[in-house]
Design a binder for this molecule. Structure first.
Ligand code: NDP
Ligand code: AKG
Length: 396
């Protein structure tokens, strides 16, 4: 494939250890027309190590959102006790409307613009919404043209290019371990609990699979095309197969269709948002039926909803812990690439469980020490660890 090198502009501004980069990415579309997209990489903090965070392809990606997500990564890597800082990136585009070859050209042009900003010991991207292991393979290939073969420059790669066994499932598996730990604190288990899951992409589909395999009843699921419900529990393996071949949940026979927006207020014990940010807000928070919310998505609950839900007694497991399984296994992938020694999947999953349990214990200790909820406990833990590294470096 020929990649047309097209003129570009790049704009950076930075504070002490923070850098915002906006790049213009122009590509020829399959029909010969030219399309221009804006890409971002926002690096928030590197006190604890190289910056780390996903790259999102979504029409609503904007600098404020990417900045907020980059900050979340700083606290998340600290809560997970992995030696990274935080960053996030994205391109304002609708990946559903681009062909594979257009996505490849866009990813390669974006990489040409940011290759000097990322690096094995500087900033290590990974998949997020709208991107996947194929996107990482293109970034790796393009980056390697400038810097030589560098598998550790991205994580979430295909296994054949140095990806880690278990990374694909890791965020969903981490969500499962986190939910198990939280429910155990409340004298409950996954078995027979009713789950409603918003989003059936990487995170949502794996989380649903693990809940189902452990006896949980997945009573409602949605994707961007629609939502389905079944009070007796959806046959998750059948739904996974259906979604793979139809790219949509619509017309799945093992449940009844329902309005997309009703998923979040559907009757269930555990609500698991696995799609966009800000979906729980003052418009719907009072109507949420779940007793537990597991923030598998980043920032699904806005501050007003957080207050309403807390007053209702809903227990919220915060994103910077609940979805940290993905970045934790990304860390294992990076370690394997640097060591040049690949782990077995059993070891990856065993270590993931150990890290998730250890972080949960540390958050609970913070909650007890400061008499606060899980979100405040997790943020206090993360911010303290970053502050300590910042002080030790002599930056403050
Ligand atoms: N991937 C990872 O390792 C990690 C992801 N996260 C977070 O998890 C969330 C999901 O990411 P990921 O699974 O990777 O992304 P994917 O792109 O794989 O999946 C996103 C899912 O959300 C669905 N969706 C989009 N808009 C809506 C909507 N309005 N209503 C219902 N469903 C919707 C999509 O539908 P459709 O399938 O029809 O496109 C898709 O099923 C994001 O917030 C991300 O930041 C956090 C940590 C790590
Ligand atoms: O795996 C990673 O490095 C980053 C994952 C991510 O973007 C996230 O946790 O939000």
């Amino acid at each position: 494939m020929t990649i047309n090198k097209i003129e570009f502009s790049i704009f950076h501004f930075s504070s002490i250890n923070k850098q915002f980069s906006f790049v213009e990415c122009s590509i020829p579309k399959d029909d010969g027309s030219l399309a221009t997209f804006v890409g971002f990489r926002i690096q928030h903090d590197n006190a604890r190590g190289p910056m780390k965070g996903g790259i999102r392809y979504h029409p609503e990606v904007d600098p404020d959102e990417v900045n907020a997500l980059a900050q979340l990564m700083t606290w998340k890597t600290a809560v997970a006790a992995i030696p990274y800082g935080g960053a996030k990136g994205g391109i304002g585009c609708n990946p559903r409307e681009l062909s594979m070859s257009e996505l490849e050209r866009l990813t390669r042009v974006f990489t040409q613009k940011i290759h000097d900003l990322i690096g094995i010991h500087r900033d290590v991207p990974a998949p997020d919404m709208g991107t996947n292991s194929q996107t990482m393979a293109w970034i790796l290939d393009e980056y390697s043209k400038f810097h030589g073969h560098s598998p550790a420059v991205v994580t979430g790669k295909p296994i054949d290019l140095g990806g880690s066994l278990g990374r694909e499932a890791a965020t969903g598996l981490g969500v499962f371990f986190a939910t198990e730990a939280l429910l155990a604190e409340h004298g409950k288990s996954i078995s027979n609990m009713k789950f409603a899951i918003q989003g059936f992409g990487n995170v949502g589909s794996w989380a649903a699979k693990f809940f189902h395999e452990h006896g949980g009843k997945v009573v409602a699921v949605s994707d961007i095309t629609g939502a389905i419900k079944n009070p007796n529990g959806i046959d998750v393996p059948a739904l996974l197969k259906y979604k793979k071949s139809n790219k949509s949940l619509n017309d799945f026979q093992g449940g009844n269709a329902m309005d997309l927006n009703d998923l979040l207020v559907h009757e269930c014990d555990v609500l698991v948002p696995c799609a966009l940010g800000g979906v729980l807000n003052k418009e719907n928070a009072a109507d949420v039926k779940a007793k537990f919310i597991i923030e598998a998505a980043n920032h699904p609950t806005d501050p007003e909803a957080d207050e309403i839900l807390s007053k209702k007694g809903v227990v919220i497991l915060p994103d910077i812990y609940a979805n940290s399984g993905g970045v934790t296994v990304s860390y294992f992938e990076w370690v394997q690439n640097i060591q040049g020694f690949m782990w077995e999947e059993e070891k990856v999953n065993h270590e993931l469980k150990r890290y998730m349990m250890s972080a949960f214990k540390d958050i609970k200790t913070m909650c007890q020490t400061h008499n606060c909820n899980l979100r405040m406990g997790a943020f206090t833990l993360g911010v303290n660890r970053v502050a300590q590294a910042t002080l030790l470096r002599g930056w403050e």
